[in-house]
Structure formats: C-alpha cells, structure tokens
Design a protein around this ligand. Sequence first.
Ligand code: HEC
Ligand code: HEC
Length: 443
Amino acid sequence: METRALGAVALGMLLSGAACGGEDGGGDDFALAGGSGATVVDRTATAYTHQIATLDPDTLATAHAGNGQFAFEWELPQLGPRFNNNACVNCHTGNGRGLDEVGANVLTGSQGLVRVSLGSGAGTPDAPGGPVPVPDFGLQLQDHAELGSQEVNLALTWVEMPGTLGDGATYSLRAPHMAITTPDGLAFRADALTSFRQPPAVFGLGLLNAVTDATILAEEDPEDTDGDGISGHANRVWDVASASTVVGRFGAKANQSTLGQQIAGAFANDIGVTNTMFPDPTGATEIGDVSIAAVATFLTTITVPAPAPATAASRAGRALFTSLGCAGCHAPTLITGAAAIPALANQTIHPYTDLLVHDMGAGLADGRPDFLATGTEWRTAPLWGLGLVQVVAPDAGFLHDGRARTPEEAILWHGGEAAAARTAYAALARSDRDALLAFLASL
Ligand code: HEC
Ligand code: HEC
C-alpha cells in the first residue's frame, strides 16, 4: 500500500470563495466544506490526500516529512513487540477509512482493532477518570506480534437482521460478533469490556482541532432543555501533555484530547513504537517528538473535499436532513477559532458534527465506557466527505465498526437520542428516502 504524493495538485484545485456563491441558501456557502482555505475540489480516490495550498514552505516541508512517517513501514526492533499493523497508512489508506478486517491471516496486520478495559472499580485507571486497563493486556488488544505469539486471536462474524420500512421495502442490517481467544485457544476473560473499531478517515482534523471548547460546549444540552429528545454532552478526557482534564475531540468516543496525543498513542499502541508521551516501562522511546509533530502537521493540513454540485434531489434531501432532526447532532456549520495556520483560523466549516457524544441506543452500544462517554454513547460522526468513503476505500463500511454497508444501513442503526430521526426516516416515501441519500452522497 502506498501513500500519495502531496501538494502541487491541490493548488489549482482549491476553491476560491468568490467562484462559488452560497447557492444552497441560508447565507452559508456549503461548497466550502473546509472553509475558504482548506477545501479542495476532488471527488476521486485521491480526495482526502491534498494539503492546504497556501502553506508556507517550511510548514509544507514539515507536512511532507510527516507524510513520510505516516507511510513508513516499521520493522524490528522498533515495531512491536506486539502491534496491530506496521504503518499508519496501512490502516488509513489514502487517508481514508480502513477495513474491518482482523486476524492473523491478514499479512501486514489488521486494520480494525479492539479496545478493552475492566469495569470502573476493578482496578486503577491509567489516566485520571479513564478506563481501567486489563492486567497484561492494557487498553487495546494487539493481534500481531513479531516475537513470540500475538496476545489474542480475533475472528469477526456477522449476523443478518432483516427488517421492513414503512412502505414495505425490506432491508437487512448485519450485527458484528467478535470472538476473542488467547493463543492457547481459551476464551478471553469474560469480565473484560471490549469494543471493536474500524479506522476512520483522517482529513479535516486541523479544522476540528481549531473548533474552540466554548463552541463545543455551547452545543451541549445534557438535560434536553429544548425538548428535542437530544441531550449530547462533551467527553472530558485526560490530556497527557498538560496533565489536566480537557474536552475530548478525537476517536469514536471523543476520548482523545489533541491530534498530537492521538498520534503518539497510535504509534505506541497500534504499531508498538514508543515515544515521550507513551514510553515503554523503562522510559525508552523509539520515535522522537519532532517526527510525531511532523505527522501532526501532515494531518492538520489535509483539506476537506468540496461537496458535489447541488441537484434538485440533494437540495430536497438537505431540507429533510434538517426536518427529520439529523442536524440536531450532525451540526451542518461550525466556526473555528484561532489557529497557527491561517487557513484553519476563524473558518466557517460544514463538518456535520457537534463533536459531542450521544446515547445511540442498545443496538450500537459497546458497553465499554471511556471517560464520560458511557457504553451507549458515541461521538457524532462527521459527515463531510461521506459520499467519497467508498470511492477512496471501496470495501469500507460506515459507523464505528464498519457494520453498515451503506449510509442507509447506518441511519437504520440509529437509536437512543436518534430514535425519532430513525423512525421518521423509516416512515418516508421512497422518493424522499432517495433524496436524503442523494444529499448524503453529495457530501
Ligand atoms: C491497526 C490499524 C491502525 C493503525 C496502524 C493506525 N490507526 Fe489510526 N485509527 C485506527 C482506528 C481503529 C481508529 C479509531 C479509534 C477509536 O475510535 O478509538 C483510529 C483513529 C485515528 C485518528 C482519529 C481520527 C478521528 O476522526 O477521530 C487519527 C488522527 C489517527 N488514527 C491517526 C493515526 C496515525 C498518525 C497512525 C500512525 C502512527 C495511526 N493512526 C495508525 C486504526 C489504526
Ligand atoms: C442523537 C444524535 C444523532 C442524530 C439525531 C442523528 N445522528 Fe447520525 N450519527 C450519530 C452518531 C453518534 C453517529 C456515530 C455512531 C457510530 O459510529 O456508531 C452517527 C453516524 C451516522 C452515519 C454514519 C457516518 C459514518 O461516518 O460512518 C450516517 C450516514 C448518519 N449518522 C446519518 C444520519 C442521518 C441521515 C440522520 C437523520 C435521519 C442522523 N444521522 C441522525 C448521531 C446522530
């Protein structure tokens, strides 16, 4: 798997604010999904691979170096000893989604991974307020190893669950079942809480990083005072660098504070490459802070693809997206705050997320709390670039574990605070369902 070259192509493709007026109304220019400086026109398999066109030469050079680290395939002795895969890019190919595949038969490594912990009170958390690690296993299972045997074997199977929509049309949802065994063939300890994750895409993260805490907290409505049935709240997580509790942003439960921490954690846990933030027990490190910062610059400066030009169907779908209540969580517009890179600062963006966690019901629950996110709560998935998910990664699925094969299946899995929106969708006439799906495909 190779990474794509950066740079030049983005230059000529960058949208200029003047060229595409706000034809979708409301004074908002939805075409500029990533704001005026971090949006790119590319609806092909390279859509998630462009850097901001206006980067100064030093930052661009750092981003290139970071891309090199992202693509680098680690080998012994730095790799492992236990790992899920040997390179960032092997799980986030084309900076897009990975697949849900796991297992020792996968050559370089697995793309999906399983988080584990014990119930609160069953031990001491690694970080204040965080999940309790499983002795000998930590907070993540590694199903590959270079030396000795991997700590677990994973086998994923699916159970089909047929259903019927309001107009009699039928569908089938598939529920995942993950069998976890130790190398000696025994079942993994039954008291462990487990949660399977598919790798998400990694574009637009610099913009989400630049949304201020105040903006995120303003979206909170924990007591549902506006009575819309939606009561999301921010996750509050441990930030290693500042040794304090902060608003969480990244990961499927918003359990990571900053991009830097997410990246350092991925090196340590996914690839087994230790670093200053997550050293090995002796304090040894295998990658330096400068390299990790370069990866952060690389990811921070990846642009967001512009949506496809609006059609009559996608315009109707956008209106349904609001009237069905989808926008109550998938916030169409956020405004970023200060940022060192001008193209990320004070931008009106269209990520379709409030960055809050919401109760999504029993069907999607993993039963594994992570800081303040409960076993039924998930961070609202950003929907920008959604129509390109399977252009970039044809076999990737939707939702945190890839269980939904289509956006429609993802909607039909919604429950909890989103139950009313799901019910409203299921009751739509076929033409209205098609319009909503056309809108999602245009993103
Ligand atoms: C084994 C596959 C795998 C590898 C290797 C991997 N990741 Fe990930 N990555 C994931 C999964 C799965 C998630 C979702 C984690 C979660 O929700 O808890 C994720 C999440 C992320 C996120 C958060 C995105 C968001 O929207 O919240 C970033 C950023 C990221 N990875 C960057 C990296 C970097 C940088 C590397 C290399 C150092 C890397 N990943 C290596 C699988 C992988
Ligand atoms: C109560 C909040 C809430 C409401 C209302 C809601 N969603 Fe979601 N949506 C979420 C969350 C949280 C996720 C991520 C769930 C997961 O990963 O398991 C999600 C995931 C999705 C996904 C999958 C995205 C991906 O990256 O795989 C799609 C598509 C989607 N929602 C569309 C909709 C549509 C369309 C509606 C209205 C009919 C809607 N949602 C209403 C919270 C909501």
